[in-house]
Design a protein around this ligand. Structure first.
Ligand SMILES: [Zn+2]
Length: 133
């Protein structure tokens, strides 16, 4: 966390969070996992791929479920779309992380501002006491 970030006001942080929440509302379809370009045999015994020829390019969506890698073949005509879903999910995670960090800064800044107010009040009281004596 940089020093310059501490100078941001609570109101600014709140508006940054609101902006990200609005962005969440405008998200397209998303899906978790990694999009992988790979190749496979098609399963036909007469195809060149069955006898050591070139395999067929294909796409996989892989994800970890309870520590195990799960993968699903993505049909070619869906590949571009699913790749976009994966990118959108990354954006979603980034937004959630940003919101967390901004919220944390908001909490910290609030405490710091309260401490400053206390210190100022104490100074004002000191001056008053001084003037009264
Ligand atoms: Zn084949």
């Amino acid at each position: 966390m940089g020093k310059e970030l501490k100078l941001v006001s609570e109101a600014t942080l709140r508006s940054h969070i609101q902006a990200r929440i609005r962005e969440l509302g405008e998200m397209g379809l998303f899906i978790s996992g990694s999009f992988v370009h790979t190749e496979r045999k098609c399963g036909s015994k007469t195809c060149a791929c069955a006898s050591g020829g070139p395999k067929h390019p294909c796409c996989l969506l892989t994800s970890k479920v309870a520590g195990k890698t799960k993968s699903v073949y993505v049909p070619v005509d869906m590949a571009e779309e699913v790749e976009a879903w994966v990118a959108e999910h990354k954006r979603l995670k980034r937004l959630l992380k940003d919101i967390d960090e901004l919220g944390e800064r908001l909490i910290r800044i609030h405490v710091a501002a309260r401490e400053r107010r206390k210190t100022n009040q104490a100074r004002v009281k000191q001056v008053k006491d001084h003037l009264d004596s």
